[in-house]
Write a protein that binds this ligand. Sequence first.
Ligand SMILES: [Zn+2]
Length: 98
Amino acid sequence: MSSSEPIAYTYEADTHCPYHARLRFGRDARGIISGESVDSEGNAVGAVYEWDDWSEDGLYCGDDLETIRAPYVEPDDGGLAAFTMADGDAITRVLEAR
Ligand SMILES: [Zn+2]
């Protein structure tokens, strides 16, 4: 997977997946949304990258409400670790205490 491309965009006071952002704004020669795009309020379109601080709340597309990235749940010290898959299915696994 190409890690340098945005995983989501922000405009109209919401987060949107790259697919819907491209439908709305088109793409530049590199295949991503132009940094000069502005939304209907005149605000610049923002880009969200894998390494940005989105993990606690997750990322959701404002167009179709699809999950872009589910919230990351930090494993706690009690041996209970919750992993949330990208498709929104939550898997909870109890680790054996040793
Ligand atoms: Zn979308």
